[in-house]
Write a protein that binds this ligand. Structure first.
Ligand code: PLP
Length: 425
């Protein structure tokens, strides 16, 4: 068998099982093509993508403007490393800084790398600007967080599957309850060595936990009071997913007048990834203003591929699509509609207890606390019926379609989902 010959789903799965490390548990679907909200498997069956690679594909699969930017750049210059300048990185940095309202950007590749970058930036700031004693800095994080998979990041996770047998763990983190301002204030008050507070505006991987109204802005105010950096991990919630350009959405260039919900908060450090490239290329970034970013000097931090010309060109195109196609508006309007339609069904359902979310980042809770198979089996049935979604944390199913989805397509998906769920009542 030549390497690029057609293979069946069964063959592709068998190859991955035999030769790939088993670090994921995928649905048994083998995809070979994507366009907009749709993907096709190797047998030609068409599906709605309701995961969007964990909210990376907000602009839809293979958006022609993004693909075009990538292939044009790929024919000119792909990588220089940061040992030299390239003619696209500066343009991207200016574009993204104007777009999100920050002075400076530090480019990386994966979300986890950007989180690591933010943690290093915060620690260095705390020693050189805030004046915390050498090696004493602490960063507050939340229970049930998901910030990626590096050794340091899993050190402050409380997911046993992500942590177990990967120790010894990195010190310097204090875990508090998510959406608990009292605990945040008490921790800040009793600990003068806190440098930063790292938080997801909505906890995506944990099962789409939306904090109380005002939580983020009050947490930010507490951080200001105690001279602690507010670090927003918007790798999943950012880039229009929750109905605004950012879920924190402070002082950005978002012109969406329908923005509602979470009050405006401007993070001191903003972490982006996933849809920053429209799912086309690994691009992540950390944004901050000069008074913070200035602590990073040559040699302190870097990445061979971070800020490469393809990444820069792709990301400019991906952000332009978000703005031109008003994806934040679409996510906001269709998200409301989705929850409204689902709630009509949930009112009489015994298998689904509720839906929660913001914009087009939503999750349903399956009424089945003991066995964790039900959500998985529902996802298998959804896939048979032409819609791909994945359970997260047992009995929760996340629904996050590309933001280019139309109203008509959304209604079609609602009926696929409801008809499938009815079989499980
Ligand atoms: C996905 C995700 C990450 C990690 O991104 P990778 O590109 O997988 O390293 C970090 N934070 C949040 C909130 C995420 O959803």
């Amino acid at each position: 068998m030549a390497v690029l010959d057609q293979i069946s789903s069964q063959e592709a799965i068998a190859l991955e099982n035999k030769y790939g490390a088993h670090n994921y548990h995928p649905l048994p679907v083998v995809l070979s093509r994507g366009e907009g909200v749709f993907v096709w498997d190797v047998e030609g069956k068409k599906y709605y993508d309701f995961l969007s690679a964990y909210s990376s594909l907000n602009q839809g699969h293979c958006h022609p403007k993004i693909i075009n930017a990538m292939s044009e750049q790929a024919q000119k210059l792909t990588l220089t490393s940061r040992a030299f300048y390239n003619n696209v990185l500066g343009k991207f940095e200016k574009f993204a800084c104007d777009f999100f309202g920050f002075d400076k950007l530090l480019p990386m590749n994966s979300g986890a790398e950007a989180v690591e970058t933010a943690l290093k930036l915060c620690r260095k700031w705390s020693y050189e600007i805030k004046g915390i004693d050498f090696n004493k800095a602490e960063i507050i994080v939340c229970n049930n967080n998901f910030h990626g998979r590096t050794t340091t990041i899993i050190s402050f996770s409380n997911d046993p599957t992500a942590r177990k047998n990967f120790g010894p763990y990195t010190n310097g983190f204090i875990k508090i309850e998510y959406d608990n301002l009292q605990e945040l204030e008490a921790t800040l008050q009793s600990n003068p060595n806190v440098a930063g507070f790292l938080v997801e505006p909505i906890q995506g991987e944990a099962g789409v936990f939306v904090p109380s109204e005002g939580y983020l802005s009050k947490a930010k105010a507490l951080c200001e009071k105690y001279n602690v950096l507010f670090i927003a991990d918007e790798v999943q919630t950012g880039i229009a997913r929750t109905g605004r350009l950012l879920a924190t959405c402070g002082n950005c260039s978002c012109e969406d007048k329908n923005c509602s919900g979470v009050p405006e908060v401007k993070p001191d450090i903003l972490i982006l990834g996933k849809a920053l490239s429209g799912g086309v290329y690994p691009v992540s970034a950390v944004l901050a203003n000069d008074e913070i970013m200035k602590v990073i000097q040559p040699g302190n931090h870097g990445s061979t591929f971070g800020g490469n010309p393809i990444a820069a060109a792709v990301s400019i195109a991906a952000l332009t699509v978000v703005k031109d196609e008003k994806l934040a508006d679409n996510a906001s309007v269709l998200g409301e509609l989705f929850r409204e339609e689902m709630n009509k069904y949930i009112a009489t359902s015994t298998i689904v207890s509720s839906i929660r979310g913001k914009g087009l980042l939503n999750a349903i809770l399956i009424n089945d606390h003991e066995s964790s198979d039900t959500a998985w089996n529902i996802c298998l049935a959804l896939s048979d019926n032409g819609l791909l979604a994945k359970p997260t944390h047992g009995n929760i199913i996340r629904f996050a379609p590309p933001l280019v989805i139309t109203k008509e397509q959304l209604y079609d998906c609602v009926s696929i989902i409801i008809n499938t769920l009815k079989k499980f009542e």
